[in-house]
Design a protein around this ligand. Structure first.
Ligand code: FE
Length: 223
């Protein structure tokens, strides 16, 4: 088994002995986040809404399941299709909600705007106010996307931020930063990397990362 977390000692913490496997990871710590004030308030609100018969516990559970099932794989399917089908790409850029619906992705009330990276323009997205993000296509945003540092620096010094992600762009490439709002979400359509000619949509989708659809990175064929 490959070690992770940077350590590879064969420590035995109780259950590790039971099935005879060394556990190259730290024991799972108790999650105390459910005790925070906002978590307690949310739980009280949920219990009250259930008690009043406005929602059911199953509806809440189902909604959590829907949200948890979303992830960057959905955005990657859309991007891969756009790379392979120029007509689809046109529809994605002009009528993004309908184009996503073609692939069975329902964006609901979200007003999506797709911004295309080209040889001369690089787009990146941010929500300077909070954490607005195309969740229906990319899932839950990463912590760094919600951080004050990213939200403030992405607009002030985008090239420096990009460099910190390991993304360097030629000086003549214009960087455009798009500020998301509650009403308008952006998705970056990354550039298809050279060396991927003839690849299937499925193979392409596998190299399209979450961060490339935020515009923090470029897609690489060896991802
Ligand atoms: Fe926001």
């Amino acid at each position: 088994m490959a070690p992770h977390d940077g350590h590879d000692h064969d420590h035995a913490h109780g259950h590790g002995e039971q099935h005879g496997q060394p556990h190259p990871h730290r024991p799972i710590q108790e999650d105390l986040s459910y005790r925070t004030e906002s978590a307690v308030r949310a739980r009280a609100l949920k219990e009250l809404l259930i008690e009043k018969g406005i929602i059911t516990a199953d509806e809440v559970r189902r909604q959590i399941e829907i949200v948890d099932a979303r992830g960057p794989h959905m955005g990657a399917r859309v991007v891969a299709r756009a790379w392979c089908d120029p007509e689809y790409k046109k529809r994605l850029l002009t009528t993004p909600n309908a184009a996503c619906a073609e692939l069975g992705i329902d964006l609901g009330e979200t007003h999506l705007f797709v911004v295309e990276n080209t040889a001369t323009v690089h787009n990146m997205i941010v929500c300077t106010l909070c954490s607005c993000y195309p969740k229906t296509l990319l899932g839950i945003p990463p912590d760094w996307y919600k951080s004050f540092a990213y939200r403030s620096r992405a607009v002030r010094e985008p090239r420096t931020v990009l460099a910190e992600f390991g993304t360097s762009l030629p000086d003549d490439v214009e960087v455009r930063v798009h500020d998301s709002t509650a009403d308008l979400r952006y998705l970056v359509l990354p550039r298809r990397p050279e060396g991927t000619e003839g690849w299937s949509e499925e193979r392409l989708a596998a190299i399209i990362s979450r961060d490339s659809m935020i515009g923090a990175t470029l897609v690489r064929p060896d991802a």
